[in-house]
Design a binder for this molecule. Structure first.
Ligand SMILES: CSC[C@@H](O)[C@@H](O)C(=O)COP(=O)(O)O
Ligand SMILES: [Zn+2]
Length: 222
């Protein structure tokens, strides 16, 4: 993950920053709901507000993701638990906030997006040990080569315990090396996909490109 700061991570976390994060999360969430990737209350998003200690602004749980308000945001700690230290009254964070926090901690991501997009679910079902992609132009959009590179989108089993899911993510995750970029996405089988980036916009690009790549690999499989 690039260490380029996202728009929030260098700021002092005050009400204005939390409001700005809430506005950005609501707008981004609406985009994916409109696309059908967040049916009903499905899906969740976060941005990293601080690194030490880790604080994330994450969408509140159980709300229609096409109708979020800027105030439908919860500040969580590295466990994905609501923290009173941010000065907001208690609100229930996303049930999956713990995995957002783990991804942000491990990868350095400034934003994480989770949706229930169809190609991700279908490909995780077909290839439960990982989805292999190669020789596709759009691989360049997720930091890889359009030719002669084997890229694996990891697939982990679904679980309702975010510690177990987080551990599975860490086992599957390959940090970037000098030669090979990370893969900024994770499929949770029979559930959905997580994608991340240095900020919400890059996380969105990674998500859209990965879903498009998965659509192609499904459409062209023999
Ligand atoms: C509508 S079922 C989906 C949920 O169980 C979950 O997977 C999800 O994506 C949304 O959970 P949430 O707690 O609202 O962030
Ligand atoms: Zn989900």
């Amino acid at each position: 993950m690039s260490d380029t700061a996202n728009v929030f991570s260098d700021a002092i976390v005050d009400h204005a920053v939390i409001r700005e994060a809430g506005v950005a999360l609501a707008a981004e969430s609406r985009r994916f709901a409109d696309r059908g990737w967040m049916p009903g209350t499905a899906g969740n998003l976060s941005v990293t507000l601080a690194r030490d200690p880790l604080w994330l602004a994450v969408t509140a749980s159980g709300l229609d993701k096409g109708e979020l308000k800027p105030t439908d945001v919860v500040i969580v700690d590295e466990q994905g638990e609501w923290t009173p230290d941010a000065g907001l009254p208690f609100a229930q964070p996303s049930a999956e906030a713990g995995l957002h926090a783990r991804i942000a901690a491990v990868t350095g991501a400034g934003a994480v997006i989770h949706v229930h997009a169809l190609a991700a679910v279908r490909s995780g079902h077909h290839w439960p040990n990982g989805v292999v992609l190669h020789d596709l132009e759009m691989l360049k959009g997720i930091g890889h080569s359009a030719h002669d590179e084997r890229v694996v989108i990891p697939v982990v089993k679904n679980h309702q315990d975010m510690v177990i899911l987080g551990d599975a993510f860490e086992r599957a995750y390959r940090p970037a090396t000098e030669a090979i970029a990370e893969v900024p996405a994770l499929i949770v089988a029979d559930h959905g996909i997580y994608a991340w980036g240095r900020d919400l916009r890059q996380a969105r690009w990674h998500l859209e490109l990965t879903e498009a790549l998965l659509q192609i690999v499904l459409a062209t499989k023999v």
